[in-house]
Design a protein around this ligand. Structure first.
Ligand SMILES: Cc1ncc(COP(=O)(O)O)c(C=O)c1O
Ligand SMILES: [Zn+2]
Length: 435
């Protein structure tokens, strides 16, 4: 049995110049990935630099692996013996040859929340606190893989459009390895996210428009100038980073698969990644079943939940919500997200903004975790699902907290009252607390 380090060297392109693999099926730096399969028309393309979406139909791609080769050299015992507590412990299932150095990403805590489980009347509840990643969001998982792909295909400049977190993740991790970043964000993005971008040296283009407009402008820029594009969904490798959260949940639960995983959904790339992760572990025989997925969206930003409940077709919505990270008019990974919800036997829930804001404090006080509005939407979605009788009380549930509350303090303040002002003298204390 080989260890994780040696299996990632099975790649027959390792050691070559990054660009010299062009023309092979798997392409440069692909590890044990074998190709890109279109989620819409099933066509297969090579993992080559410059191929993002399906050349035949424009659908998003899903990375495929040589699972037989992986199965021969990797199992639960190998993982158990690996003391690398980062996403790179899953190297055999990542589409790169090397790993990104820099601050450690992944292996975030799975926090038990028995008090909130009792409140909801469910058997078991955990929060996966991904706000503990280096840039304080789940997006570090995706940016790690996209940046490493950029490096292994010879790029020095990475661009991306983002509601904020994907961009911050890209800027933070790129800074650590000396890659340049040119980022498009809506100019309304929370200040903390823009501060992160600027502090970590990104060149920031604040688009006077929506996230959807920033996204299209960014793709146009990378087409014109050849910049490596990290846009969510469009870049097939972001999902590969995101799926690592499912691997971690399996390991952290000692291979007991939860019954339900609750995911806050905007573009739908996290939820499609979560599903891909569980499915890959199931196909490798590491787990014997997959969880249902609950997609939580804001009422006015619910294109994916509507499609999953209806005919499966994604139609644009206003995208209007206080939860900036899930404020999306036309989701960029909607088709794969709907597939994930349906294949898992899961469902979608929408929640109003006031429930999202209230959820921030509920998770904070109930579990000791400060989530940003989008992250808290997952908890609000679970509460609503329980209210509607969609959650079996016997279930074990994991809620993804995808971003830290300090990312968007202004929204958190909307759900609490301002502190009392007090003069700095004892008589003021007596006025308030004295007998
Ligand atoms: C904190 C947070 N939660 C949830 C999401 C939704 O992820 P996706 O757009 O892949 O559905 C995002 C995406 O920006 C995010 O930053
Ligand atoms: Zn296609």
């Amino acid at each position: 049995m080989s260890d994780v380090g040696s299996i990632s060297n099975i790649d027959d392109n390792s050691g070559e110049h990054p660009r010299s693999g062009a023309g092979s099926t798997s392409g440069p730096g692909a590890g044990l990935a074998t190709g890109l399969r279109c989620v819409h028309c099933d066509a297969v393309s090579p993992l080559k630099d410059g191929i993002y979406v399906c050349p035949s139909c424009g659908g998003n791609h899903s990375v495929e692996y040589d699972l037989d080769a992986i199965r021969r050299a990797w199992d639960r015992a190998v993982l158990d013996g690996n003391d690398d507590r980062t996403i790179w412990r899953y190297a055999p299932l990542l589409p790169v040859t090397g790993r990104l150095e820099g601050p450690p990403v992944g292996w975030t805590p799975l926090v038990p929340a028995p008090a909130l489980a009792r409140t909801l009347g469910i058997r078991e509840l955990f929060f996966k606190d991904d706000g503990r990643n280096p840039s304080a969001s789940f997006k570090d998982r995706a940016s790690s893989i996209a940046l490493q792909r950029a490096r292994e295909t010879g790029h020095e400049l990475v661009t991306g459009a983002s509601t904020g977190n994907a961009a911050s993740a890209t800027a933070v991790l790129a800074a650590a390895v000396g890659l340049r970043t040119r980022i498009f964000v809506p100019r309304t993005a929370p200040r903390a996210k823009i501060a992160q971008l600027l502090t970590f040296g990104a060149e920031v283009l604040a688009v006077d428009g929506t996230y959807d407009q920033a996204f299209d402008l960014c793709i146009e820029a990378s087409r014109r100038y050849g910049w490596y594009n990290r846009n969510t969904g469009f870049n097939p490798y972001t999902r590969e980073g995101k799926k690592t959260v499912s691997f971690e949940i399996c390991e952290q639960r000692h291979w007991i698969v939860p019954d339900l995983v609750v995911v806050p959904v905007g573009d739908g790339n996290i939820i499609s990644g979560v599903w891909k992760g569980f499915r890959e572990f199931e196909r490798l025989g590491f787990i014997d079943r997959c969880p249902r997925l609950l997609a939580a969206q804001a009422d006015e930003s619910a294109a994916i939940v509507r499609a999953a409940r209806g005919d499966g077709i994604i139609r644009p919505v206003s995208g209007d919500t206080v939860a900036d990270s899930i404020s999306v008019s036309l989701p960029r990974d909607g088709e794969a997200a709907v597939q994930a919800i349906r294949e898992s036997g899961g469902f979608g829930i929408t929640v109003p903004d006031d429930a999202i804001l209230a959820a921030i404090g509920e998770v904070a006080r109930g579990a000791g975790i400060f989530g940003e509005p989008a992250a808290s939407a997952a908890w609000a979605g679970l509460r609503e699902a329980v209210r509607q009788g969609l959650v079996d009380p016997a279930w074990s549930v994991v809620v993804l907290i995808t971003g830290n509350g300090l990312k968007d303090v202004a929204s958190a303040m909307k759900a609490v009252s301002e502190p009392r002002i007090i003069s700095p003298d004892a008589s003021a204390l007596d006025a308030l607390f004295g007998a």
